[in-house]
Design a protein around this ligand. Structure first.
Ligand SMILES: Nc1nc2c(ncn2[C@@H]2O[C@H](COP(=O)(O)OP(=O)(O)OP(=O)(O)O)[C@@H](O)[C@H]2O)c(=O)[nH]1
Ligand SMILES: [Mg+2]
Length: 306
């Protein structure tokens, strides 16, 4: 454990990496977006939304904090899931602080306990326990729920937060800064993420599929940017493919008369335009790539593994 002196005076400039770790759907990406102040990571009500490790950068006069959003740690069912969990676990060894995020509106389950045990046994960085979704916590449950979460992790300061309502994020930030080393800026001050524009665009398309489709569809799709052309100073033409695993899924993503694909495209385009800063023409294709989640080669081609 790093020793933290709470009375320490503010230092000149601090910098470092802060991982947000937890099971799927507890609000890790929502929290990183709220702390960075920009939507660097996609968010959805469905578990296993985040598939890759994503960095979100907060630059202030006195500090630069690189938040590392990670895929939710779960029991994987396919190669993609295995890669996602491995990438999250690898992050634990590379950061200065770990924020262990749980769904603080409910009692912890086996997945939370497994992650707590892992952090207790393996994590060398200081751990902060953040109980998210406090806006959903019933007053009569506060004590029992808080104690149950606190019991699964040793030596961790804890706090209740709400990532969506931005409650207590200042307190979380203060606790992080108390544990962050002195250091220079690691990224240019105006950079908010390590992802390039193509990767962001692919994620924004995937986000719409997560939001608009149901059951196994969101988990069965992957997005690849095929072409990216600056046709004019104020117009970028993007062609992207949405891969599905089976022919039947193709019909669902396209929808009756192409309505679903149109909706996905329109919503994603508006969000991509906000990042690019000018008009975008987005052309979407849907293709079948059988068992892409099971194959090392397809995961590599889709940028989902090293
Ligand atoms: N009520 C409430 N909902 C929240 C809060 N934080 C996140 N959510 C919701 O929880 C859902 C999951 O949020 P994400 O940020 O995608 O969760 P995640 O932990 O990144 O999930 P994975 O990427 O699948 O591991 C979304 O519907 C969010 O809007 C919160 O503080 N309160
Ligand atoms: Mg996420």
């Amino acid at each position: 454990m790093h020793k933290v002196d709470p009375n320490r005076v503010a230092r000149d400039h601090q910098s470092g990496f802060v991982a947000v770790i937890g099971k799927p759907n507890v609000g890790k990406s929502t929290l990183v977006n709220a702390l960075v102040g920009e939507p660097v990571a996609i968010v959805s009500p469905k578990p296993q939304t985040t598939r890759r490790v994503i960095r979100g950068i907060l630059t202030r006069d006195d500090a630069q904090i690189v938040f590392v959003d990670t895929p939710g740690i779960h029991k994987p069912q396919h190669k993609l899931g295995k890669t996602m969990v491995e990438s999250a676990l690898n992050v634990i060894d590379e950061v200065d602080v770990v924020v262990f995020l749980t769904d603080g509106a409910r009692l912890p389950d086996e997945d939370d306990k497994r992650i707590g045990k892992l952090l207790n046994e393996k994590c060398r960085a200081p751990v902060l326990l953040a109980l998210n979704k406090m806006d959903l916590l019933k007053p009569e449950d506060v004590q029992a729920v808080t104690e149950a979460h606190w019991a699964i992790i040793q030596h961790a300061d804890w706090m209740r937060i709400s990532a969506t309502r931005q409650t207590n994020l200042d307190k979380l930030l203060a606790q992080i800064l108390a544990r962050l080393p002195e250091g220079p800026e690691l990224y240019p001050a105006d950079q908010v993420t390590d992802q390039n524009m193509q990767a962001i665009a692919a994620e924004l398309i995937r986000e719409q599929v997560f939001l608009q489709t149901r059951q196994e569809i969101p988990h069965s799709i992957a997005v690849a940017i095929e072409t990216w052309e600056e046709r004019r100073d104020d117009l970028t033409h993007i062609a992207a493919t949405i891969y599905v695993e089976r022919d039947s899924q193709k019909g669902i993503v396209i929808g009756a008369g192409g309505a679903m694909l149109k909706k996905i495209g329109q919503n994603a385009r508006v969000k991509i335009e906000q990042w690019v800063g000018h008009k975008v023409y987005l052309e979407l294709w849907v293709k079948v790539w059988e068992k892409w989640r099971e194959r090392e080669s397809s995961l590599r081609e889709l940028g989902l593994t090293e």
